[in-house]
Unconditional design. Structure first.
Length: 74
């Protein structure tokens, strides 16, 4: 994970290419993702049993953020 101060700064990076365009995500959107139960509940004793139920929330959040391309969906 590499952080940049702006999208313009990122696009000037020598390792940036058009294939990476879909991978741009804001800090605000990262906060949304890492606030989901998949990440917040990792220390719960029943986390392994419930982990699959958290995936739907992650997928819905990716869709809401417009992250639906091949970069984000395996």
């Amino acid at each position: 994970m590499v952080f940049f101060r702006s999208e313009e700064h990122l696009k000037k990076w020598d390792r940036f290419g058009p294939e990476n365009e879909q991978g741009i995500i804001t800090l605000h959107d990262l906060h949304k993702l890492f606030s989901l139960d998949l990440f917040r509940r990792r220390l719960d004793p029943d986390y392994p049993a419930k982990m699959k139920s958290y995936i739907g929330e992650v997928i819905a959040t990716f869709k809401a953020l417009g992250k639906t391309g091949p970069y984000w969906v395996p």
